[in-house]
Design a binder for this molecule. Structure first.
Ligand code: AMP
Ligand code: ZN
Length: 463
C-alpha cells in the first residue's frame, strides 16, 4: 500500500513498525462548540482509513484526543457563566452524537488533556532537563533554536521562519518562534500544580504526551487537517523527538481543506455548517458519500449542487442493494442462473483494493463500486439464482462497508418482510400446519396488512 507522507512530500510504500499492526493518532476537536463539516471531513477520513486497514487485515490501534483545556473553552464558559469543564463535557457528548450520525466509529481511545496533566508535566520536565525548554515566571517555553531539525515537516528553515516571524511584545521569550509548553495560571482559569507553579499546558504538548502514553515513542501514522502542519505538528515533532530522541511518527497524513461555495467557512460569512444543520435536509450518509467522492488530500468545495449529486449517487447504490434484496426474496434456490457473471465480481474487489492501496483513493474506489453496480444491474433478472444474487449483494456490501456506506436498513424492507411472511404462511398451509398459518395471518393483521386470495396467488394490501 502507498501512502503520501507530508514529511517527505512523496507517496511511499507503507511499512508498519510491527508487521500486521498499526498505531495511528489523529488530532481531535477542541470541544467548545459543535464540530463543523470541515472537521467532519478530517474525522471521517481517519475513520475510513482505519476501516480500510482493518479490512486489509491489520490490527489498528487508533487514538483521537479531545482538547478540553483551551482559551476558546474558557471564553465560552465565561460567556455562559459556567465552568470550563461543563463546556467541554457537553461538547464531548455532542461530538459522539454527531460522529455516530456520520457513521464515524469511536476511536479505541479518546484521551483528554485534563486526564493527562501528569504525563504532560513529565515530558516538559524532560525537555527542561535536556536543555530544550526554559522557564520564565511560571511559563515554560520550548527553545526552537535548540532543535536542529525544526521546520522539517513544513519545509521551512529556521532562518526563513525567523525572518518572517512577528516580533512579539512578549518579553519572556528568548526567540519569537519559541512556543509555550506551560502557561502560568490566570485568575478564574482552570489550573494545576506543577514544578513551575500553578498553570495549564500549552496546546501542542498534549499530543506529544498522549501519543507517548497511549501508543509509544514512535508511531506509524499521525495526522489531522492540513492547517495543522504548521505550527502544531511541527511543534509536536520538536517536543517528542527532543524529549525521546526517536522518530515521532513515520508517516504524516494531512486532509485537504473543505470550503463552502469556494470560500473558507467562517461565522462572519454565515457559511458555517454543522452536521446537525445539514441533517435537517439530507441523510448524513449523503455527506459521507460526498466526502469520499474526492481524494482526501484535495481541497473540496461544499455546495448544494455537489451534495445533490452525491445524493443521486448514493441513491443509485441503495437502489442496487434494494433490488438485490427484493429479487433474493423471490429467487429459487438451486437454480443455476447467473454464476458466470458473479464470478467476474472478484475483479471489482481487486480494482477497489488497487484504488484504495494507492494513497487511499476513495474517489476511484467509489468509481469501481459504480462499475460493479452497472455490471450487476445489466445481468440480474427474475431468474437469477438465489446464490448468485446473494454473492452480488455480499460483494456490494463488502466494498461499500469499507467506506462505512450502505449499512442502513433498506427502505423497501417492509415490503420484502411481508412477502416473506406470506410465503411462510403458504408453506405452512401446504404442510397442513394451520396453527402457524393462522399465527402469521394474525401477525400481518396486527400490522395492518390484509390478505386476499386471488387466482394469481395471495395478494396483500394495507388496511
Ligand atoms: P479543531 O477543533 O479546530 O482543532 O479541528 C479538529 C480537526 O479538524 C483538525 O484536524 C483540523 O485540522 C480539522 N479541520 C478544521 N477545519 C477544517 C476544514 N475546513 N477542512 C478540513 N479539516 C478541518
Ligand atoms: Zn495534535
Amino acid at each position: 500500500m502507498k501512502l503520501y507522507n507530508t514529511l517527505t512530500r512523496k507517496k511511499e510504500e507503507f511499512i508498519p513498525i510491527e508487521a500486521g499492526k498499526i498505531k495511528m493518532y489523529a488530532c481531535g476537536p477542541t470541544v467548545y462548540n459543535y464540530f463543523h463539516i470541515g472537521n467532519a471531513r478530517t474525522f471521517m477520513t481517519f475513520d475510513a482509513m482505519r476501516r480500510y486497514f482493518q479490512y486489509r487485515g491489520y490490527e489498528v490501534t487508533f487514538v483521537q484526543n479531545f482538547t478540553d483545556v483551551d482559551d476558546k473553552i474558557i471564553q465560552k464558559a465565561k460567556e455562559e457563566h459556567i465552568e470550563a469543564h461543563e463546556v467541554s463535557e457537553k461538547y464531548i457528548q455532542e461530538y459522539f452524537k454527531d460522529a455516530e450520525s456520520l457513521g464515524i466509529l469511536k476511536a479505541d481511545i479518546h484521551p483528554k488533556v485534563t486526564e493527562n496533566i501528569q504525563e504532560i508535566i513529565d515530558i516538559i520536565k524532560e525537555l527542561e532537563n535536556k536543555g530544550f525548554a526554559y522557564a520564565v515566571n511560571g511559563d515554560v517555553y520550548f527553545n526552537v533554536s535548540k532543535f536542529k531539525e525544526y521546520g522539517k515537516l513544513s519545509k521551512q528553515s529556521l532562518e526563513d521562519l525567523q525572518s518572517g516571524a512577528r516580533i512579539e511584545v512578549n518579553e519572556a521569550k528568548q526567540n519569537p518562534l519559541d512556543f509555550a509548553l506551560w502557561k502560568n495560571a490566570k485568575e478564574g482559569e482552570p489550573s494545576w500544580e506543577s514544578p513551575w507553579g500553578k498553570g495549564r499546558p500549552g496546546w501542542h504538548i498534549e499530543c506529544s504526551a498522549m501519543v507517548k502514553k497511549y501508543l509509544g515513542e514512535t508511531i506509524d501514522i499521525h495526522g489531522g487537517g492540513g492547517d495543522l502542519v504548521f505550527p502544531h505538528h511541527e511543534n509536536e515533532i520538536a517536543q517528542s523527538e527532543a524529549a525521546c530522541g526517536k522518530t515521532f511518527a513515520n508517516y504524516w497524513v494531512h486532509v485537504g481543506y473543505l470550503n463552502v461555495e469556494n470560500k473558507k467557512m467562517s461565522k462572519s460569512l454565515n457559511n458555517f455548517f454543522t452536521p446537525r444543520e445539514i441533517a435537517q435536509e439530507y441523510d448524513l450518509e449523503v455527506i459521507r458519500f460526498f466526502m469520499f467522492s474526492a481524494h482526501y488530500r484535495n481541497p473540496v468545495n461544499f455546495s448544494k449542487d455537489l451534495v445533490e449529486a452525491a445524493k443521486n449517487g448514493l441513491d443509485r447504490l441503495y437502489n442496487a442493494k434494494n433490488n438485490l434484496t427484493h429479487l433474493m426474496t423471490t429467487a429459487e434456490e438451486g437454480v443455476k442462473n447467473g454464476e458466470e457473471w458473479v464470478e467476474e465480481l472478484s475483479a471489482y474487489r481487486k480494482n477497489f483494493i488497487e484504488a484504495m492501496d494507492d494513497d487511499f483513493n476513495t474517489a476511484d474506489g467509489i468509481s469501481v463500486i459504480f462499475e460493479m453496480v452497472r455490471h450487476i444491474n445489466s445481468n440480474i433478472s427474475a431468474d437469477s439464482s438465489k446464490e448468485a444474487l446473494q454473492k452480488a449483494y455480499n460483494m456490494l456490501i463488502e466494498l461499500s462497508g469499507v467506506l462505512g456506506l450502505l449499512n442502513k436498513a433498506e427502505e423497501t424492507s417492509l415490503e420484502a418482510e411481508i412477502e416473506e411472511l406470506i410465503e411462510k404462511r403458504q408453506q405452512a398451509r401446504k404442510d397442513r400446519n394451520f396453527k402457524l398459518a393462522d399465527e402469521i395471518r394474525d401477525e400481518l393483521k396486527a400490522r395492518g396488512i390484509v390478505l386476499e386470495d386471488t387466482p394469481q396467488g395471495v395478494k396483500w394490501k394495507k388496511a
